[in-house]
Design a protein around this ligand. Sequence first.
Ligand SMILES: [Zn+2]
Ligand SMILES: [Zn+2]
Length: 346
Amino acid sequence: MKAMVFREAHAPLQAEDRETPSPGAHDIVVRVLACAVCRTDLHVQDAELPDVAYPIVPGHQVVGEVEARGPDAEFEVGDRVGVTWLGWACGECPDCERGEENLCRNAEFTGYQRDGGFAEAMLVDSRFCLALDKSLPVVETTPLLCAGMIGFRTLRMAGDAQRIGIYGFGSAAHIITQVAVAESREIYAFTRAGDRRAQSFAKDLGATWAGDSETPAPIELDAALIFAPVGSLVPKSLRDLRRGGRVVCGGIHMSDIPSFPYADLWGERRIQSVANLTRKDGRDFMEIAARLDIRPSVTRYPLAEANRALADLRRGALEGTAVLEMEEPTTAKAHARRIPKAARPI
Ligand SMILES: [Zn+2]
Ligand SMILES: [Zn+2]
């Protein structure tokens, strides 16, 4: 099978031909149909996360099909599954026992400690996979599996905030704006200075206001959700908040936060991070996304052009999410064309 691999830090992906892995007792081999690209994949490339397991195949937003299974695995061959960031949690540590497997101190994450979905196939612990309905669109579902789920956890941390600032209008933001607008909340979108395209994209999705991240908010905000990996946005967004408001940092990595006067935090303003996701987060969000008919906006790339997808994400050239799409076998393609979508077997 073909895989795109970070062999070491600070280097582009390399194409490799690898043996398809064979499953252990609880494992499944997933044939990857599509895998969305996340900012975390850049943090893995840049070694901004500790102890990346190089050589590593990145990618943790996978829609695929079960190709083989271990004797004790959940799912059957041919089932449609989603693979997310939480690849494994121990179930025994104090964090897991509290029901916070997202904080598990022994956890292993997809595309970070375990090989991910920038490949034609991958090995996954079936107990951490999500069952997906075959009627879901493959490519448009992939961004829901991290950007949507982590974004949703971030939004939930904002409580019942009505006026919400979103700082960094990329993959997570464009999904979560749709959820917030459906919940009749107001979104204030802050983008890189002068990024008119991202600002009009935010407005198209229902944002009340969009502007540069250095511009003061036009109104006192109840909450600020930060998705851009820029530490200076923490004190900036604090100044945009009303008393009692909170700043929620949704990313896994951020540049250092500059010092700021205590007066900016005073008034019971709060700052918190969001770390990873639980399996329940995943199931909950997929239900909500289906009910609200959330539609991520995607740019497609073939697997071999994964480096171009990463570069486009890095320079902020995307509207929504980059998704790597695998080649379908030629016969399957011809077959799919002949059968109208509604008549396809589920
Ligand atoms: Zn991610
Ligand atoms: Zn644990």
